[in-house]
Design a protein around this ligand. Structure first.
Ligand code: FES
Length: 237
């Protein structure tokens, strides 16, 4: 496969053709934040937190869905990039509960990490916030859609579970949310409780039911267990 050579933050980088700017930059040791990007799924380009500056481009581009090209000159932390990321975080926080201290995802939340990193202490926007009831109908998965950033990682992961596709985007505009068909609870849906969606959720919208209010990620010790959901005996950490 042919290679392409580009310049990222002044460093010459050579990657196989077809590599995204995001992967090229990360491979070269540069940090780019991501919310919707999932390495196990094709590029999505929904959240725009991964924007970078490409010399000659008319606007900032999402690095996760932009292929690296010969001669490209990329900046990952230029002032306009930082300003754009701050605005995205600001907008996300405008409709997000300010309960990090008591959130099960505290310390393991990308939105929290990025807000800290880009020094967005609180949203500068005021307006209506969602007030969805928490869906704790499933014995394993807890859904708090008030914390959802609509990155769609759960939707695309659920699509990979054979014969499922249980959840998808529903409604429009401010009312957009991720839900099972007919906006039922998880317990009423065809969800098989594989919890892949919990694993990929970058924020506190999807968490483990049995840990709710009991432990944050950094308080958990991982052990290998055998799943008893079916006869296969799958091992998980
Ligand atoms: Fe690239 Fe979301 S991570 S648009």
């Amino acid at each position: 496969m042919a290679n392409v050579t580009l310049t990222i933050n002044g460093k010459e980088v050579t990657v196989p053709a077809g590599t995204s700017v995001l992967d090229a930059a990360r491979g070269a040791g540069f940090f780019i934040p991501t919310l919707c990007h999932d390495p196990n799924n094709p590029g999505y380009g929904g959240c725009r937190i991964c924007v970078v500056n490409i010399k000659g481009a008319r606007a900032l581009v999402a690095s996760c869905v932009t292929e690296a090209a010969n001669g490209m000159v990329v900046e990952t932390e230029s002032p306009d990039v930082v300003e754009a990321r701050k605005t995205i975080i600001d907008l996300l926080l405008a409709n997000h509960p300010a309960d990090c201290l008591t959130c099960d995802k505290n310390g393991d939340c990308r939105l929290q990490d990025y807000a800290y990193l880009y020094d967005v202490r609180k949203s500068s926007f005021t307006g209506e916030k969602h007030n969805y009831p928490i869906d704790d109908s499933n014995p394993y998965i807890r859904r708090d859609l008030n914390k959802c950033v609509l990155c769609g990682r759960c939707v695309r992961t659920c699509e990979q579970v054979e014969d499922r596709q249980v959840i998808n985007f529903a409604y429009r505009g401010f009312n957009t949310k991720v839900a099972p068909a007919m906006d039922t609870s998880l317990a009423e849906s065809a969800c098989v409780s594989c919890a892949r969606c919990v694993v990929v959720c970058p924020v506190g919208a999807l968490t483990y039911q049995n840990l709710a209010g009991k432990a944050r990620t950094y308080e958990i010790r991982k052990e290998q267990v055998t799943c008893t959901f079916c006869e296969a005996g799958c091992q998980f950490d």
